[in-house]
Design a protein around this ligand. Structure first.
Ligand SMILES: NC(=O)C1=CN([C@@H]2O[C@H](COP(=O)(O)OP(=O)(O)OC[C@H]3O[C@@H](n4cnc5c(N)ncnc54)[C@H](OP(=O)(O)O)[C@@H]3O)[C@@H](O)[C@H]2O)C=CC1
Ligand SMILES: O=C(O)[C@@H]1CCC=N1
Length: 288
């Protein structure tokens, strides 16, 4: 990140705040960041918590070299319609929204504006995020590097072809929710087996953290690590048989397919809205 770069975060909900707080922890000067939200109470909250300047979308875009769009996919079109005409040709536009394709964003912006698509996740709140980046048609290596540097403040970053982003959304974007779901289920099981809730929680959370660290630090395949826990004729084999009988592996595949398909549906809805706008002559003037 060059010293002159100024960042706007449009839509300061869960993920917008995740990026904002991460950059501040990483040492960014709050004076280089502006943010927006459509709820005054939320604007006041972020101003109080971080001292960040909360502006209108148009004023934020006017001040920034890099604009992060962190609204829900369903709100993207309205936001782009609002800011599109004011975006300068050298402003870098970054979307963190599930599903929405760079080509649709480019169509609502002046010709040639660089667009980068990102899929982050919430463990960025503790600097253990996983984010993927894909360049649109007008974004170059320098733009990808700029976005990488922003996201690297809160975790790992991978550059992937855009065609992978729906699958990425299903795996790492949505992934924390599956793991929290497993943690919830294991805690309930511990309570069912008679453990106090706080004891069960401590056991499960540390087991999740330790297992993730073991995977990362040994680089071993998860099957190998699972087999090491599975003593012949023991407790783990009995538990795994139950999971297999309940088709838990297939359920995970189905869940991630559903998330991938939902990401595609969000993209299809954005495409359909664009076609409808073209047909009704309600074009927003983008030439990208
Ligand atoms: N949460 C997650 O784990 C992840 C989210 N994402 C993506 O991040 C994006 C945001 O998600 P998330 O943070 O969860 O959602 P939130 O609803 O928490 O945040 C979006 C915020 O933007 C506000 N907003 C909507 N329209 C505008 C506008 N025109 N101008 C200014 N602010 C606006 C919303 O206000 P209001 O509340 O009134 O709608 C809300 O406060 C989504 O596109 C999602 O796909 C990606 C990866 C992970
Ligand atoms: O649930 C969602 O749509 C967002 C995108 C990935 C994680 N949360």
């Amino acid at each position: 990140m060059a010293d002159h770069d100024r960042l706007a975060i449009l839509g300061a909900g869960v993920m917008g705040e995740t990026v904002l707080s991460g950059l501040l922890r990483a040492g960014w000067d709050v004076g280089r960041i502006v943010a927006t939200d459509r709820r005054p109470a939320r604007e006041a909250e972020l101003k109080d918590r971080y001292g960040v300047r909360m502006l209108t979308n148009l004023d934020a875009v006017a001040e920034a070299d890099t604009v992060l769009m962190v609204v829900k996919p369903q709100d993207m079109r309205d936001l782009l319609t609002e800011i599109g005409p004011s975006v300068r040709p050298d402003t870098l536009i970054v979307s963190l929204a599930a599903g929405v394709e760079t080509i649709l964003i480019e169509d609502l912006l002046p010709a040639g504006v660089p667009v980068v698509r990102v899929m982050p996740n919430t463990p960025a709140q503790v600097d253990e995020g996983m984010a993927t980046i894909s360049a649109g048609r007008h974004a170059g290596d320098d733009h990808v590097q700029r976005v990488s540097a922003i996201l690297a403040a809160t975790g790992r970053v991978l550059v992937v072809p855009e065609k992978y982003q729906d699958a990425v959304t299903a795996i790492s974007g949505t992934g924390p929710a599956y793991l929290f779901f497993v943690v919830e289920a294991m805690i309930e099981a511990g309570v069912h087996l008679g453990l106090p809730r706080d004891t069960a929680t401590e056991l499960v959370v540390q087991t999740m953290l330790g297992s993730a660290k073991l995977l990362r630090e040994t680089g071993e395949h998860p099957t190998v690590l699972r087999e090491r826990v599975t003593s012949p004729g023991g407790t783990t084999a009995a538990a795994i048989r139950e999971l297999e009988q309940h088709r838990v592996r297939a359920a995970f595949m189905g869940a991630m397919e559903a998330a991938r398909d939902r990401s595609r549906d969000l993209a299809a809805a954005a495409r359909a809205a664009a076609v409808q706008d073209h047909q009704s002559g309600n074009d927003h003037g983008g030439t990208g």
